[in-house]
Design a protein around this ligand. Structure first.
Ligand code: NAD
Length: 472
């Protein structure tokens, strides 16, 4: 969502102001919501493998404490700067509010290129960063809970929880100080594919709205819809998988070095394997090559899912996009100029701010699991299975008919952790989509779904502040 003439944080403020006009909140309260409450900029020395001491620049920003803890990823990147971390923290406040995850927004960053460091050096940097956060009370299950972002993953989260726990001996909820952990360290099953699955649930809910589909000239439901996916990484792969499994046709997949098209639909798993072996999607059996990958964005399709980079649809190509709906799986794939083009043409843009919130939603489930100290499903799975088995036996004895083993398994099956996580995510995305659409329908002046999503976020955060009676 960056705009050439504004810093990233200013452009978030601009989107906020655009939406705030459609709310009734006092200007002072709106100013408080926009502001970043706490910015911690730190520098610390780390001894590298060759004996050199390097001074590391890092940040943690807590944008809002209207709910505790704050929540947001930590990125390792050369590009990290204070403005970017502030903007991303603000977006986390709004994202959490929209999907009803009871956290304030936060974000962290370490200004390093992780590829230039050994695993041991990265471990020292991560552990020292965590220790700095502990010293200033900027991390904890009830204070601020980081997660992975660019350049970080399960490994870094394991280092963080281990450092935190060792500095806080006896803190029973220590595992809840960070999410995105490996399962063995208190992580939750179903997190890896969560963002792609959330994208699917959000788009599916829109496709089930008869009035919206009528306006777009589309039939109701996912089945038979044609989908183009940009980026076959974590989010793109899982989005493609869930669309295909629901009966949509993924007619094109684009990677940075080429795209492929097949009107009969592509299987993301086969494409992924092919790319792994050949380094590119080009030449995939049965598909047509699109050497200039960006051309795939302009293909005829019902749903376009940009799941790679920011600003890929902009004033230069927006006019040529033929999709009827765009589901923003990536962060900021459309520029404001592209938004204007799609509004004018009646193309529906489902905004990133909530559509890709599957990761933070499942992080919330991980945090709840850590606080409850029990795996989801452990208490009820066997009980449910025994009950279901009894019901089936009764029905079989009353009807004199037996069901097949496969049918029996499907009905008897009690919920595992991953089933419950996915079901919680489904509920979250359906509710969030409906809430945003209700706001949009109630005020036809609101220009687009993105603004309606912001209005929803502002209303929730403002309600939370105003019900406190005084400002904290
Ligand atoms: P990823 O690195 O796993 O995947 C990105 C993919 O895009 C890679 O396969 C890469 O080769 C491809 N790509 C790069 N440039 C491209 C181009 N020009 N054209 C086509 N493909 C290109 O990253 P990810 O985790 O899937 O994240 C993708 C986007 O989704 C990012 O914007 C990220 O911020 C956002 N996002 C991710 C998550 C998550 O849980 N992973 C959550 C919210 C938002």
């Amino acid at each position: 969502m960056s705009d050439q003439t504004y810093s990233f944080f200013q452009s978030v403020e601009k989107s906020f102001d655009k939406a705030a006009k459609f709310t009734k909140w006092d200007q002072g309260l709106l100013e408080q919501i926009k502001a970043c409450n706490s910015v911690y900029r730190m520098r610390f020395p780390v001894k590298m493998d060759d004996g050199r001491i390097e001074v590391i620049e890092a940040y943690r920003v807590q944008h809002s404490q209207h709910k505790s803890p704050c929540k947001g990823g930590i990125r390792f990147s050369d590009e990290v700067n204070q403005d970017e971390v502030m903007a991303l923290a603000a977006l986390m406040t709004y994202k959490c509010a929209i999907v009803n995850v009871p956290f304030g927004g936060g974000k962290g960053g370490i200004k390093i290129n992780p590829h230039k460091y050994s695993a041991y050096e990265l471990e020292k940097i991560t552990r020292r960063y965590t220790a700095e956060l502990v010293k200033k009370n900027f991390i904890g299950p009830g204070i601020d809970v980081p997660a992975p972002d660019y350049g970080t993953g399960e490994r870094e989260m394991a280092w963080i929880v281990d450092t935190y726990a060792s500095l806080k001996p006896g803190e029973i909820d220590a595992a809840g100080c960070v999410t995105g952990k490996p399962i063995s360290q208190g992580g939750v099953r179903g997190r890896k594919g969560a963002t792609g699955l959330g994208v699917f649930f959000g788009v599916r809910e829109v496709c089930n709205m008869p009035d919206i589909m009528k306006k777009l000239g589309l039939t109701i439901g996912i089945e038979g819809k044609t989908v183009v996916v940009q980026g076959l990484g974590n989010v793109g792969f899982h989005s493609a998988k869930y669309f295909r499994e629901a009966g949509a046709k993924v007619v094109a997949i684009a990677e940075y070095n080429g795209a492929i098209y097949n009107a009969n639909g592509l299987n993301e798993e086969e494409c992924f394997e092919y790319k792994k072996k050949n380094g590119s999607l080009l030449g995939f059996p049965g598909a047509t090559d699109i050497p200039n990958s960006n051309d795939a964005l302009e293909l005829e399709c019902d749903i376009l899912i940009p799941a790679a980079l920011e600003n890929v649809i902009n004033k230069n190509n927006a006019d040529r996009v033929k999709a009827k709906m765009i589901g923003e799986a990536a962060n900021g794939p459309l520029t404001p100029e592209a938004d204007d083009v799609f509004n004018a043409k009646g193309i529906l843009v489902i905004p990133d701010m909530y559509l890709n919130a599957g990761g933070v939603t499942v992080s919330y489930f991980e945090w709840l699991k850590n606080l409850s100290h029990v795996r989801y499903g452990r208490m009820e799975k066997r009980f449910d299975e025994n009950q279901n088995e009894k019901i089936i036996r009764q029905i079989e004895s009353l009807t004199g008919k037996a069901i097949s083993d496969a049918e029996r398994h499907q009905i008897v099956h009690g919920a595992d952790e991953v089933d419950l996580v996915q079901s919680g995510l489904e509920e979250t995305m359906i509710t969030a989509t409906q809430e945003i659409m209700e706001i949009w329908k109630a005020n036809p002046e609101i220009p687009d779904m993105r603004t309606a999503a912001y209005v929803n976020a502002i209303n929730k955060v403002a309600t939370s502040y105003s019900e406190l009676g005084i400002f904290p």
